[in-house]
Design a protein around this ligand. Structure first.
Ligand code: FMN
Length: 498
């Protein structure tokens, strides 16, 4: 059994001297969509009006009310939420023939491990039950019928009753492990964090109060969803809306779902099981409630001599509204090395400062590298998200060296800014056990997607980077021994935008 996050993270580090070229086995490519044989899909209405706030309004809590608070949900609402959360946004030809589809949320290697399930209670015109969201058909595959809210409430830590709709985000291990092997668990978490950010912002755009929990009875939830736990696991739950009527009573234990359902977690005729992923996930299944709570939300990372207020602009110079940012978002790598105006940099940083009560306190530190950014000294800076301040850790030009540490992805040196998501993994282990790794990686994914959306809104390019030589990046940043870089997201002006 993997004893800790530190252990998993270090065991899956890339090292320049030990990289294995290994190609992809196209004969066992994971299927692009999860399907249930013989289960008819209820298509959701596609032609629905979407709320159109600016992303900045959503993040700052200034969005005009969508008037949905307290209203009974309809299939149209589910359609809106799911369109804004996870849609097919572009089509391409696959090297092996056939069509390939890009999705609204970024994903390492475009492998899309994340799946969404929805449990409903009292949604008008939809039978209470559990459904799998078919992104390909924009519809729901029924898995169980009846009001499941009492079961769901018992599976949450702490228990939360009376939800009208509960969304479950899972990851299918083989989707990313096909390419990334042991390291894929990092991407299961980061990618799911990317989708999670869309879901939370969509609920906010709809004006629907919501809760999000990273802590739940893993095996109970996986059984409820009918997942084959050796292939797929739930990573986070989001609930919304109080259902009308009385609290549901406890019922008899739920029956296990049959092979038609559990078998759907299989993505290829032959799948290599990656024991390290299963071990790490199993270790993280116990919920530890902050054995060592944080004293302060102030950054605990590398030392900073002086902090400076962010002095955020009143308005972000946004070009497109939230739904268009979601649908237009793509990874852009054609950065041009021109100075990034301070107003844009500060808008991006301000976007990262927005927090909500779902974020496990102090699980992550955010830093950034800049060279040509008006109003910032070239160097490695930290962002104090709670106080909206930045502080210089070390002056210098780091972008070329960081591009080299990122498996020589040369285009990275032309980006205006590298955002860095870092954590003290030893402290995470002490506070939450191996589950703390989920908290930090899901949160890093959330913030990564937020940068993508903010960059798209502001007419900038953006690309997430999960591939780096871990020790080199650690040493380049001069991080303390327990600390690690978890994820990097580059942003800046790109060709074709002015
Ligand atoms: C966790 C994560 C890690 C990624 N790592 C890299 C990377 O190292 N290099 C790269 O060029 N793109 C990387 N990407 C971008 C993906 O390749 C991209 O999201 C995917 O191909 C889908 O394309 P799209 O973002 O344009 O929709 C990463 C994305 C995510 C979410």
């Amino acid at each position: 059994m993997i004893p800790s996050a530190v252990h998993y993270h270090r065991k899956t580090a890339y090292d320049r001297s030990r990289m294995n070229a290994g190609g992809l086995d196209w004969s066992h490519q994971p299927s692009l969509f999860k399907t249930y044989e013989g289960v008819d899909i209820l298509e959701l209405p596609r032609e629905v009006s979407l709320p159109t706030p600016w992303l900045s309004e959503l993040l700052k809590g200034d969005a005009p009310s969508a008037g949905r608070e307290g209203a009974t949900m309809k299939p149209e609402d589910l359609s809106r939420i799911l369109q804004l959360t996870y849609s097919l946004t572009a089509r391409a030809k696959q090297s092996g023939g056939g069509d390939f589809f890009f999705r609204s949320a970024a994903s390492a290697g475009a492998l899309y491990p994340t799946e969404i399930y929805v449990a409903t209670r009292g949604v008008e015109g939809l039978e209470d039950g559990l459904y799998h969201f078919s992104i390909a058909r924009h519809g729901l595959a029924p898995l169980r019928s009846g009001d499941l809210s009492a079961y769901i409430s018992r599976l949450l830590r702490p228990q939360t009753g009376g939800l009208q709709v509960t969304f479950f985000l899972s990851a299918i291990f083989f989707r990313s492990a096909w390419k990334y092997r042991d390291r894929a668990y990092r991407y299961h978490l980061l990618d799911t964090g990317h989708v999670l950010e869309h879901l939370i912002l969509s609920l906010r755009a709809m004006g629907l109060p919501h809760t999000c929990t990273f802590d739940f009875d893993d095996h109970g939830v996986n059984r409820l969803l009918g997942l084959d736990e050796t292939r797929e696991a739930t990573l986070v739950l989001v609930g919304t809306g109080a259902a009308a009527g009385t609290e549901p009573e406890d019922g008899p234990p739920l029956p296990e779902l049959s092979e038609i359902y559990t078998g759907a977690s299989r993505m290829a005729r032959e799948e290599d099981v990656v024991p390290l992923i299963l071990e790490m996930h199993e270790s993280s299944c116990s919920v530890v409630h902050e054995a060592e709570p944080v004293e302060t939300a102030a950054p605990t990372g590398p030392p900073v001599a002086a902090w400076e207020d962010l002095r955020a602009p009143l308005h972000w110079p946004e070009r497109v509204r939230f739904p268009d940012a979601v649908f237009q978002r793509r990874s852009r790598r054609n950065f041009v090395p021109v100075p990034l105006p301070r107003q844009l940099t500060v808008s991006l940083l301000e976007g990262l400062c927005a927090t909500d009560s779902f974020e496990p306190d102090g699980c992550l530190e955010v830093g950034f590298l800049v060279e040509q950014t008006t109003g910032f000294v070239a160097g490695f800076h930290l962002l104090d998200r709670a106080e909206q301040k930045t502080g210089l850790v070390r002056a210098g030009n780091f972008l070329h060296a960081m591009a080299s540490s990122c498996l020589n992805q040369e285009w990275l040196k032309n980006a205006a800014i590298h955002f860095l998501f870092m954590a003290d993994l030893e402290s995470l282990d002490r506070r939450w056990g191996p589950r703390g790794y989920r908290h930090a990686m899901l949160t890093a994914g959330r913030l990564g997607e937020r940068i993508y959306l903010a960059a798209t809104s502001l007419g900038l390019g953006c690309c997430g980077v999960g591939a780096f030589y871990d020790r080199e990046a650690h040493d380049l940043l001069g991080l303390e021994p327990g600390w690690e870089l978890l994820y990097l997201v580059a942003a800046g002006p790109v060709k074709g935008e002015s």
